[in-house]
Design a binder for this molecule. Structure first.
Ligand SMILES: Cc1cc2nc3c(=O)[nH]c(=O)nc-3n(C[C@H](O)[C@H](O)[C@H](O)COP(=O)(O)OP(=O)(O)OC[C@H]3O[C@@H](n4cnc5c(N)ncnc54)[C@H](O)[C@@H]3O)c2cc1C
Length: 584
């Protein structure tokens, strides 16, 4: 019995109650932020209050999109420690309110819930640093993986469905369909992306309205809200707890190293250790995301020998595939200024084509701060103030000053897969720093062809009858492409022919849709049960394990996977316990 063990008593500070909607961010003082019922969690503490040493049945590293549902599920029967390097999402309007979506991505301060990184490809990207992970930063679109995807990865379909439903009960909603999003949907249908599948979470060819984690009032519900399912007596969540290393032991005669603890530091830089309780089935589960998980494995000595030795990291297991097969689905967009006002919307509609491109759109959001208020390094991509400027166009010859909000929207395409892959390497031994990441966008010609077909489809949507009231008739699509090329989407050089050659347009305007994955893939770094190959008592459960991005957008499946693996681990453990009891 997990709690009966001498060392399994949860630390005394567990009993202290935390008011979670505290102010970590300056803007909170003057804003009425949304506080969900999750704001009454009693099991969330700052790591500075943690003891030097503690013991649990499960230690989960990363309180993100997969880590939260996994922790909630395992806490039903076992003592669980969830370590998250970021702070709380509650009380931060940039997270809780739809209209402030872009603000986190433009916040490059060390306290930001979004840690910016620049891939070696020259594309600006972001990784989460907050309880709830990417679900606190993202555009909210909620849509399941296809049944074929579920079958191909070998998941149990019935348990997958139950796990999706468990997530959906708490955080998924049907979006309000206002005029601009309706025009995109109707334009997609006119462009031949049929049939009209109405509102559904399911992945089907054609055009559909998907789910969203924003409710009807524009309040975000995140993976952190799934902790409402947790057993408060079984869970301890520590915030601002950055894990620097997983500890292994290999006692005489043991065939493989066994993970048995972690070292983490709190916000004051003080180091703490957490160990697994005695018990062969207790485990450490890494849920640190597609950048954080391969990074942490390498920092802990699990990775390519030569690379680890070049940084004087002691090798626990030579695992050449850690950090390999990193992928990021390229995103390309056309910005469309509108003569009429548009609603503020993030992703609500998707066109799922048969040629491997997904078409989505967002509109009228406060994507750009006032130009004069932001520093040069913050002007990039669709969050550039130049984007705000273009959306205030009334007359092409009379460009008004940049506005704080844009009139219009952008229609984007993400390619399926992708087939192109890259790699992740450590730059140093600091877990707070970004590693170096290369995605090799469009290295595979098929990825480029998918992009070209996607842009052609977007052009048809823009030219459709349904969309006509949201575009200036006198601005040609070639002119729109030229405008897009003038935005600082990325740090790549632009080519003169890019508004005429869609191949060049795709390459020159490539952005991320933040669905990067890989680095600890199933079949390479972890086995089909998500156990790290070559060591014991260690799993990885998050987006780093995917070979391809699931569905049109991954978060539904990442949350589902956290729940799914929690149930699987419990079941596996119960079956072996029953077996042992029968034998005794
Ligand atoms: C801007 C943006 C928009 C997006 N839009 C959508 C969308 O509309 N729909 C959709 O489906 N998907 C979207 N996504 C993608 C989706 O959110 C991610 O794929 C998903 O959240 C990844 O989940 P994860 O569990 O793998 O990682 P994460 O959710 O990032 O969780 C990893 C967690 O681990 C923590 N961590 C990392 N290292 C350590 C360490 N050493 N110690 C302690 N903690 C650590 C991190 O702080 C983080 O909280 C978007 C993502 C972004 C960033």
């Amino acid at each position: 019995m997990a709690f009966g063990h001498r060392r399994s008593l949860l630390p005394v500070f567990f009993l202290c109650c935390l008011r979670i909607c505290y102010t970590e961010h300056e803007q909170d003082s003057d804003v009425n932020c949304h506080q969900s019922s999750a704001s009454t969690y009693t099991f969330v503490k700052h790591a500075v209050q943690a003891p030097a040493v503690s013991y649990y049945d499960y230690i989960i590293v990363g309180g993100g999109t997969a880590g939260c549902p996994l922790a909630a599920t395992l806490s039903e029967k076992y003592s669980v420690l969830l370590l998250e390097r970021g702070g709380s999402p509650y009380g931060n309007r940039n997270i809780t309110e739809l209209a402030y979506f872009s603000q986190n991505l433009a916040d490059t301060s060390p306290a930001s819930p979004s840690q910016r990184f620049l891939s070696e490809d020259g594309v600006i990207n972001a990784r989460a640093r907050v309880l709830g992970g990417g679900s606190c930063l993202n555009a909210g679109f909620y849509t399941r993986a296809s049944p074929e995807y579920v079958r191909d990865v070998g998941w149990d379909g019935a348990l997958v469905n139950q796990s999706y439903q468990w997530v959906e009960k708490m955080v998924a909603f049907e979006p309000p369909m206002l005029q601009w999003q309706s025009a995109v949907r109707d334009g997609l249908l006119e462009a031949g992306i049929t049939p009209d599948n109405g509102f559904t979470y399911d992945h089907m060819y054609g055009t559909k309205i998907g789910g969203t984690i924003f409710d009807r009032d524009g309040h975000r519900h995140t993976a952190a809200d799934l902790l409402q399912y947790a057993n408060p007596d079984g869970l301890m969540v520590l915030l601002h707890a950055t894990v620097g290393r997983i500890l292994f032991r290999q006692t005489g005669g043991a065939a493989r190293p066994v993970a048995h603890g972690v070292v983490f530091h709190d916000a004051a830089g003080v180091r703490h250790r957490a160990y697994l309780n005695n018990g062969a089935k207790n485990e450490i589960v890494v849920c640190a995301g597609a950048v954080g998980s391969p990074q942490l494995l390498m920092l802990s000595g699990v990775g390519p020998r030569d690379h680890l030795e070049s940084l004087a990291i002691e090798v626990v297991v030579d695992q050449p595939m850690v950090g390999q097969s990193m992928s990021d689905n390229p995103m390309n967009a056309i910005f469309v200024p509108s003569p009429t006002p548009v609603e503020v919307s993030l992703i609500q509609v998707v066109g799922i084509t048969r040629f491997g491109s997904f078409i989505e759109g967002a509109s009228g959001s406060n994507f750009a701060s006032h130009y004069s208020q932001i520093s040069r390094e913050l002007r990039f991509g669709m969050f550039s103030a130049q984007t705000g400027q273009i959306f205030t166009i009334n007359d092409m010859n009379d460009l008004p000053a940049a506005s704080s909000s844009m009139r219009g929207g952008f229609i984007l395409e993400k390619i399926m897969g992708p087939l192109s892959t890259g790699h992740l390497d450590l730059k140093n031994k600091n877990p707070d720093d970004n590693p170096s990441v290369t995605f090799n966008y469009f290295k595979e010609p098929e990825d480029l062809q998918r992009c070209v077909k996607g842009i052609e489809t977007i052009e048809k949507v823009i030219q459709s009858k349904a969309f006509s009231r949201f575009r200036f008739q006198y601005i040609s699509t070639e002119e729109l492409l030229r405008m897009a090329l003038n935005f600082p989407m990325n740090l790549l050089p632009k080519h003169d022919n890019a508004s005429k050659s869609l191949e060049q347009f795709c390459k020159d305007t490539v952005m991320t849709i933040w669905h990067y994955h890989g680095g600890c893939q199933v079949g390479q770094v972890v086995d089909k049960d998500y156990k790290v190959v070559g060591v014991d008592a260690l799993r990885v459960v998050d987006g780093s394990t995917f070979n391809f991005s699931p569905g049109t957008n991954p978060q539904a499946t990442v949350m589902m996977l956290g729940r799914y693996m929690g149930i699987k681990i419990q079941t596996e453990r119960r079956e072996t316990d029953d077996e042992a009891e029968r034998k005794s």
